[in-house]
Design a protein around this ligand. Structure first.
Ligand code: FES
Ligand SMILES: [Fe+2]
Length: 385
């Protein structure tokens, strides 16, 4: 029986997912969505549409990075979010704070990328800020008789650390706690950062995202990588809030056929891909997880920030080697996806299609587009005179 993925309210247990996968294996079926979807090509190409999407990113509580990217006092990550430069840092009191990354003298960025700092000193004239954002010192201060240092700290942005993730919201009226209250715990407390990387993808951010959210392409795109060890077009798709979880089983899941609930570990038997609406994907791999944050740069350019996290200790070198081997394999598949995405981007520009077609197997993508459409409509209504 096809399972209608649009009626679910919360995530299934691992065992329930496994049972559903076995039913699909036995019946040659997969989860089906309720509706197909035609997404206008213009929505991937137009500057106006991208600006609307950035507005959504600026006005929502969204994942910035995993907590483990800011493990120690002074650890910071500085990058743009929806075109706005931000800096997020763990203070002396252990609290993670977010600020606009713009000096209060003449606006220059105080840091770029990631690192560990005791203070932020502006590269232009040297105004210095403490980790809590307060303006600590101004060189030759006598030249600024009108500057009250107490009121010229960095401009704060709402930020909450919860369940292994750091969330931000650039809307001053934000209530992040309320927004994330029902979000399941996705990252265990003992996970630490193995590495973080950034890369540019020359494609619209949604095209890139779509390639993670369906298993319909496994046989064709991943002929000699994922297909020999996974299944073609066999996924369990669940929804929670505006988010989705897509389970991609490996053939090794057969080893769980006769196990009891208490015995099961999905490590190496299944990859969960969590889509946290709109622009974050968290995937589980053997011994590790990847947190991918997609930053739209323009209509046809995306910057992807990837955080690799794991609960394996530094001294467990054999296990860590296994993780990195597994990641090399996953990277091969990711390159195959990227080649396809670049090709789809060319296809967008070719004028061949007025819309992209998403079928019943691609319901997590249908949700992405339907929610984006709804949010943009709402934004429109709020801004109407
Ligand atoms: S712009 Fe930062 S010190 Fe002048
Ligand atoms: Fe893929």
């Amino acid at each position: 029986m096809p399972v209608n993925t649009n009626d679910q309210k919360q995530l299934l247990s691992d065992m329930q997912v496994v049972q559903r996968i076995f039913a699909h294996i036995d019946n040659s079926t997969t989860d089906l969505g309720k509706q197909s979807w035609k997404e206008p090509v213009d929505n991937y190409r137009s500057k106006k549409r991208l600006d609307e999407e950035l507005k959504i990113l600026q006005n929502r509580s969204i994942v910035f990075c995993p907590s483990s990217a800011l493990a120690k006092t002074g650890d910071y990550v500085a990058r743009d979010v929806a075109g706005i430069p931000l800096i997020i840092v763990r203070g002396l009191d252990g609290i993670v704070r977010a600020f606009k990354n713009a000096c209060r003298h003449r606006g220059v960025q105080l840091a770029d990328g990631h690192g560990c700092a005791r203070a932020f000193v502006c590269p232009y004239h040297g105004w210095a800020y403490s980790l809590d954002g307060s303006l600590r010192s101004v060189p030759h201060e006598q030249g600024f008789p009108d500057v009250d240092k107490a009121t010229r700290g960095l401009v704060a942005v709402a930020c909450v650390e919860s369940n292994g993730l750091v969330f931000i919201n650039q809307n001053p009226q934000a209530n992040i706690e309320l927004d994330i209250a029902s979000l399941a715990k996705l990252i265990p407390d003992n996970y630490r950062l193995l590495n973080s990387t950034s890369q540019i993808v020359n494609a619209n951010w949604k095209l890139h995202l779509e390639s993670s959210l369906e298993g319909y392409h496994i046989r064709q795109t991943h002929k000699s990588t994922f297909f020999p060890v996974q299944y073609d077009n066999l996924t369990v798709v669940e929804t929670f809030g505006e988010n989705s979880r897509v389970a991609f089983p490996y053939q090794s899941i057969e080893g769980l056929r006769h196990k009891k609930q208490a015995d099961i570990s999905l490590d190496g038997r299944l990859t969960y891909v969590y889509h946290l609406f709109p622009n974050v994907v968290i995937s589980t791999f053997p011994g590790c997880m990847q947190v991918n944050v997609l930053e739209p740069i323009d209509e046809s350019t995306t910057r992807q920030h990837t955080y690799l996290i794991s609960d394996i200790n530094e001294n467990e070198t054999e296990l860590l080697d296994g993780v990195f081997e597994g990641q090399k394999f996953a990277a091969k598949g990711a390159i195959e996806d990227q080649q396809i995405v670049l090709s789809a981007q060319k296809g967008l520009l070719s004028g061949a299609n007025e819309f992209l077609e998403f079928g019943l197997f691609e319901s997590a993508i249908v949700r992405l587009h339907s929610h984006l459409a709804r949010e943009i409509e709402q934004l429109d209504r709020e801004n109407r005179p």
